[in-house]
Design a protein around this ligand. Structure first.
Ligand code: HEC
Ligand code: HEC
Length: 382
């Protein structure tokens, strides 16, 4: 046998092995390739368990950025809407209405009670006290960046922030106004609002309408956007995240958190079942209540994770008191990862910290509200 024959035979053997990789559907890693091309779903199912004791591995910001760009994008400057063009006048009106407790039955509860703009858009309560201290059964999500979500509420029952804003005003356990007319009666009794509505909705003969209340509050909410170091990173500044945050981001991708938490808000793009890989006990039927579709039982909108280290407690019912609690639940019940160790939790924390941003102080400052007039109804504590 001449040496010339060896070469072709070896290539042939290699080609066979490569063909086996393809036909047997072996994981890319088994075939000697980097596993970065795997689909997210597979990454979740096959993420190899890491040795638990080794020192923190070196990590490259450039490589992590490459992987991250497939799942995330920076926040927009504001969440524009084709159907509700944003104007300064509309925003000014929306800001006032957001802070105005006269939109509640006892004139003691405004949007800002449950979604505090100096508190990351939440009240940090398990459930929030509304009219007469009543509480609903769901946790108040943050209003910050919420306008970028594909739908509103845990179960998506409102299409956008404009529609959403009209719900709590009439909700008997929240602001408890008896009817749309009652709301308009209050607004029309406050002289300053006549000018503000006219400026916000020019050309409308009778601009103080319930729908316009939603449009104004919605326009204001569309500017509640909180860019953070993670956005700098996504825009190409690979040193914007410290090493532990990079490790957390890599883990977030490897564990398949990105199957659900994607987009500029790391969530708010789809519904998913709580307990998607392992049954999780929860009373709330979630999206099923809206669709009556069996497949939607215990499904919720995947929440966004911007500012999440500041918005405890967690989950639709506020049942996870700390971030560690909810990270453990996610790893075990939503991914094939299973339990997290201390290092992994620390890395995820470090990553999630980089999602904390601030909203422009001037933009969210409580304005001076127009004064009540002689016909403004008295508060009704009943
Ligand atoms: C008494 C507390 C309370 C008040 C007052 C209140 N909310 Fe909420 N808000 C909640 C709760 C609880 C939810 C979640 C309910 C659900 O999903 O079923 C929510 C949901 C939302 C959401 C959806 C966010 C998301 O990620 O889906 C937005 C936006 C919002 N509220 C804005 C407002 C605005 C604007 C007002 C004033 C008009 C307001 N809220 C008044 C408690 C409150
Ligand atoms: C299969 C989809 C899915 C995957 C995968 C997933 N999540 Fe979630 N995540 C959800 C859903 C749905 C919720 C809301 C569930 C609820 O409130 O009942 C949620 C909630 C959360 C919350 C709480 C947010 C809040 O404001 O209450 C955090 C934090 C979180 N996930 C982080 C993670 C991390 C970290 C991973 C990866 C280890 C992960 N998730 C994987 C679907 C998923």
């Amino acid at each position: 046998m001449s040496t010339r024959n060896h070469h072709p035979r070896r290539s042939h053997g290699w080609a066979l092995a490569a063909a086996a990789c393809i036909t047997l559907g072996l994981g890319a890693a088994a075939c000697g390739k980097k596993d970065e091309e795997k689909k997210p779903a597979k990454a979740a199912a096959k993420a190899p368990a890491k040795p638990k004791t080794e020192a923190a591995p070196a990590i490259s910001g450039i490589q992590v950025l490459d992987a991250a760009k497939k799942f995330f994008s920076p926040l927009p400057e504001r969440a524009d809407s084709a159907t509700n063009p944003i104007t300064p006048e509309k925003v000014a009106l929306g800001r006032a209405l957001y802070y105005d407790a006269r939109l509640s039955k006892n004139q003691d509860i405004a949007c800002n009670n449950c979604h505090k703009l100096d508190g990351f858009g939440v009240d940090n309560e398990k459930t929030s006290p509304g009219h007469k201290g009543q509480r609903g059964d769901r946790n108040s999500p943050t209003v910050l960046n919420a306008a970028t979500h594909f739908v509103q509420f845990w179960d998506g029952r409102a299409a956008d922030v404009e529609e959403q804003a009209l719900g709590p005003i009439l909700n008997p356990v929240e602001m408890a106004m008896p009817s749309e007319d009652a709301v308009l009666k209050v607004l029309k009794s406050i002289p300053g609002y006549a000018d503000m509505f006219a400026a916000a909705f020019p050309g409308e003969g009778d601009p103080i309408t319930y729908k316009n209340v939603g449009l104004a509050i919605g326009a204001f909410e569309r500017g509640l956007i909180t860019p953070s170091p993670f956005d700098d990173f996504l825009k190409g500044n690979v040193t914007a995240l410290p090493p532990d945050a990079l490790r957390g981001l890599q883990l977030f991708i490897d564990a398949g958190c990105t199957n659900c938490h994607t987009g500029p808000n790391l969530g708010g793009t789809m519904y998913q079942k709580l307990g998607s890989v392992k049954e999780y006990k929860t009373e709330d039927e979630g999206r099923f209540k809206i669709t009556n579709n069996e497949a939607d039982k215990h499904s919720f909108k995947v929440p966004g994770l911007r500012n999440v280290t500041r918005t405890s407690p967690y989950l639709h019912d506020g049942s996870a008191a700390t971030l560690d609690d909810v990270l453990n639940i996610m790893a075990e019940y939503q991914t094939a990862k299973g339990k997290l160790d201390d290092d992994e939790r620390r890395y995820l924390h470090a990553f999630l910290e980089t999602l904390n941003g601030t909203v422009d102080e001037e933009y969210v400052r409580k304005p001076e509200l127009p004064e009540s007039g002689p016909k403004t109804p008295a508060p009704d504590p009943s």
